[in-house]
Design a binder for this molecule. Structure first.
Ligand code: ADP
Length: 186
């Protein structure tokens, strides 16, 4: 299966991606994780990306596209993929179609997790305590949510126009949500 997973920060997207990866046996490709690894390793890309990440802004399309092109070209992606955190705006969605078209690995389904904002703020506050992510302070979280609303939410419409979008209720237990996602794929 070739899947794009959409959902606001704090929607439980990362948790569900980890479960889906096991159940579907496809690589989980998270641009957030790729970027955090680059920051940790202090690569030149990581140093360029850090300020935007710490502010809850998007890293430039160009930098992230480079990461994605490299990752999608790897052999394991032939068996399918679960893309998480990409595309995050319409121009990334179009660029992704170009890349995947060249590789002959087009998206088959876009799954969008829907959650209410109150729940998101609670979840992210908890994660801030547990993981100490530097982009989980309240102000930055607010900014990430605003960026999502303005730039990423339209990506769902992009996939809806292509008849690839399935919206899935992201409220409930981890297992419940996972079952809804699996049902949406079958
Ligand atoms: P969350 O879903 O909680 O916002 P992610 O791990 O997906 O967290 O992303 C963390 C940060 O990494 C984002 O706020 C952004 O700065 C950067 N990032 C991740 N993916 C992209 C992308 N596709 N384009 C631009 N920036 C990105």
């Amino acid at each position: 299966m070739r899947i794009v997973l959409l959902g606001p920060p704090g929607s439980g997207k990362g948790t569900q991606a980890a479960l889906l990866k096991e159940r579907l046996d496809v690589p989980h490709i998270s641009t957030g994780e790729l970027l955090r690894a680059a920051v940790r390793d202090q690569t030149s890309l990581g140093m360029k990306a850090k300020a935007a990440m710490d502010a809850g802004e998007l890293v430039s399309d160009e930098l992230v596209l480079g990461l994605i092109e490299e990752r999608m070209g790897a052999a394991d992606v032939q068996s399918g993929y679960l893309l998480d955190g990409y595309p995050r705006n319409l121009s990334q969605a179009r660029a992704l179609d170009d890349v995947l078209g060249r590789l002959d690995l087009p998206v088959e389904k876009a799954l969008a997790l829907t959650v209410d904002e109150e729940q998101i703020v609670t979840r992210l506050a908890r994660r801030a305590e547990e993981e100490g992510r530097s982009d989980d302070t309240e102000e930055v979280v607010r900014n990430r949510l605003a960026v999502y609303r303005e730039q990423t939410a339209p990506v769902a419409g992009y996939y809806a126009d292509k008849r690839l979008l399935v919206e899935v209720d992201g409220m409930g237990s981890i297992e419940e949500i996972n079952q809804r996602l699996m049902a949406a794929l079958s």
